[in-house]
Design a binder for this molecule. Structure first.
Ligand SMILES: [Fe+2]
Length: 202
């Protein structure tokens, strides 16, 4: 982990998990592809493109969750795309082009989180040694931390009732596309496909 932000209290965890089970769970989809195949998940706010041929989609609108995330976010970090997950593991990967280097994870439950800290900064460093020891973190619930999304990371042993809230700021490389998408969104110019929030993630 790069930066440990805080630990959410047990009472507060219960409140947000109750809300997720009541309000978010009915809208979630099972990922059918990629590193997190079989995981239950839902994009909130905005669903970014995960490949170069994909497009931006709206996410499920939930201001209560967005406000909760904004209150937790450290200075200088703007939550723009959120993926909420329940149970399910994800294989070793780096986050796609849309993701800024600095991302946030909010863990609500038992899971083992792995991280290879090959780049210890939030910017591109040429000539880095790729081979570094794997960091293993046995999380129990309530952990909030920032990490470099371009470093390899994965999770195992996710408890079926474990919720994860993954939060991204949009990268400089995709900022222009994101701004165009948000302008079309504000003007009601999105396609039917882009208005479908039930799109897969990793
Ligand atoms: Fe990731």
């Amino acid at each position: 982990m790069e930066e440990y932000i805080k630990t959410i209290s047990a009472d507060n965890q219960k409140s947000i998990v109750d809300y997720l089970n009541e309000t978010i769970l009915p809208h979630m989809i099972i990922n059918s592809q990629g590193a997190a195949k079989g995981r239950r998940q839902l994009w909130i706010q905005t669903a970014p493109p995960l490949t170069s041929s994909a497009t931006w989609h709206v996410g499920f609108e939930d201001e209560r969750i967005m406000n909760y995330i904004r209150l937790i976010s450290p200075p200088g970090f703007t939550p723009e795309a959120v993926l909420v997950t329940k149970g399910g593991n994800i294989k070793r990967h780096r986050d796609a082009r849309y993701a800024d280097y600095r991302g946030m994870s909010i863990n609500l439950g038992k899971v083992t989180w792995y991280y290879e800290r090959s780049n210890d900064q939030y910017f591109w460093q040429p000539g880095l040694h790729e081979s570094v020891p794997v960091g293993r973190y046995d999380l129990t619930g309530g952990e909030v931390f920032m990490f470099n999304t371009k470093n390899p990371h994965w999770v195992e042993n996710a408890h079926p009732d474990r919720w994860g809230i993954n939060v991204w700021q949009i990268s400089k490389n995709t900022r222009d596309d994101y701004d165009k998408f948000m302008e079309n969104r504000a003007n009601g110019n999105l396609t039917e496909e882009q208005l479908d929030y039930k799109v897969a993630g990793y």
